[in-house]
Each structure stands twice: as structure tokens, then as C-alpha cells.
Design a protein around this ligand. Structure first.
Ligand SMILES: C[S@@+](CC[C@H](N)C(=O)[O-])C[C@H]1O[C@@H](n2cnc3c(N)ncnc32)[C@H](O)[C@@H]1O
Length: 194
């Protein structure tokens, strides 16, 4: 299926679904289109071939990452613990014809991070359970390659919930970070080259 048409369909579905359901578990909580465009630019700019996404939902943001990574021969590893959302995402990846560029994991992100190799990823996109971010930070820091980029969604929409992670990154001499006012606000940080 044409990727543009699928992305438009998912945008409409996400808005309608999230308007209809108050429970967080039922909501898709997708990134905005301009955030997807930013992610695609970052993948291309970094020429990232090993990408980790934490928080797949139904795969909208994964499609932006994978469509940029696929021509580079890259693979997006994406993690989701909700079986319902994982199943939706798998169906969307197949519809997009991007299944070969996506490694979808039905798992707890903390476990995936703990088992990932040092420096395994040139880019990490974090869009998940914000209450876990500070605890995950040492592992995210470890799995990022030198020169690797971290992008975190909701840095403006949920600034207070993000404060701990934002402060930890700002205090880390091995990273340079900034806040990008795109979509819900993207915290971006680059791990200094070795
Ligand atoms: C904001 S949504 C992700 C939206 C997605 N990035 C997009 O833009 O299409 C956050 C997702 O993280 C998942 N999640 C939360 N905690 C998790 C964990 N510990 N491990 C794996 N997935 C988790 C939730 O089930 C939810 O689907």
C-alpha cells in the first residue's frame, strides 16, 4: 500500500480512536506528522542503520523511522508491551511493505534495554512510559553509539514529567542537548563522538 495513504489513514484513525477512548491503554497517542518528518530527517542526517524505538503503539512513528531507514539498509527495532497495539502495528508494517526494515518486539522496554549491547544504536526514539525514563537513562546512554542521537517526545506537552530526564541529560558531560518546538516538543541529545 502507498505509504502516504497509510500514514493519512492512521492519522485519521488515531484522532478518532483517541477521541472515543479515555483509557490510556486504548489510545494510540501517536506523534504528530511534523514530528514524523523530523524523525525522518534525523535518520537520514545521521545515516542511522540501527534504530531503537521505545513505544510502538500501532506503528505510526515506526513507519516514519523505517521509511527513512529502509533505503539505507537500516532496521528499526521497536518495542511495545500491549498485545493489542503490537498486533495492530504488525498489520500496519505489512501493509506498508516495510516489514523487512522493522524488528517488532512484544516486550517490556526495560528488559530490551537491559539486554542490548553497548553502542548498539545510532538513534533512539523514546515515546513511552515517562515515569520510567530516569530509571532507563543509564541503559539508553549505554546502548547509544558514539555520535548517536536520542529523541524524546512530549518534552513540552509533559515538561514536568520529563524534568528528571531532561536534568540528567543536561548534567551529563558526554551529551549535548536541546529542546525542539516541533509537535509535542522534542528533547534531542547527541552522545559525543568517542
Ligand atoms: C505514546 S505511545 C507510542 C506512540 C507511538 N510512538 C506513535 O507515535 O505512533 C506509548 C506506548 O508505549 C507503550 N509502553 C509503555 N510502557 C512500556 C514498556 N515498559 N515497554 C514497552 N512498551 C511500553 C504503551 O503501551 C504505548 O503504546
Amino acid at each position: 500500500m502507498d505509504l502516504h495513504a497509510l500514514l493519512c489513514e492512521l492519522e485519521d484513525f488515531g484522532i478518532a480512536n483517541d477521541d472515543a477512548h479515555a483509557e490510556r491503554e486504548r489510545r494510540m497517542l501517536n506523534i504528530t506528522r511534523d514530528t514524523g518528518e523530523l524523525l525522518a530527517v534525523m535518520v537520514k542526517a545521521r545515516a542511522a542503520r540501527h534504530i531503537l524505538e521505545i513505544g510502538t503503539s500501532n506503528g505510526y512513528s515506526t513507519l516514519w523511522l523505517a521509511s527513512a531507514a529502509a533505503p539505507l539498509g537500516g532496521v528499526v527495532t521497536t518495542v511495545e508491551w500491549s498485545e493489542m497495539k503490537y498486533d495492530l502495528a504488525r498489520a500496519n508494517f505489512a501493509r506498508a511493505g516495510l516489514g523487512g526494515a522493522i524488528r517488532a518486539l512484544h516486550a517490556d522496554a526495560g528488559q530490551v534495554l537491559a539486554h542490548a549491547a553497548d553502542g548498539a544504536y545510532e538513534m533512539v526514539f523514546l515515546d513511552s512510559d515517562r515515569s520510567a525514563y530516569v530509571a532507563w537513562w543509564p541503559q539508553i546512554r549505554r546502548v547509544l553509539a558514539a555520535g548517536g542521537v536520542l529523541v524524546v517526545d512530549n518534552a513540552i506537552s509533559h515538561r514536568e514529567e520529563m524534568a528528571g530526564l531532561t536534568a540528567a541529560i543536561a548534567a551529563d558531560a558526554g551529551f549535548t542537548s536541546c529542546l525542539v518546538p516541533v509537535g509535542k516538543g522534542e528533547l534531542m541529545a547527541v552522545k559525543h563522538p568517542a
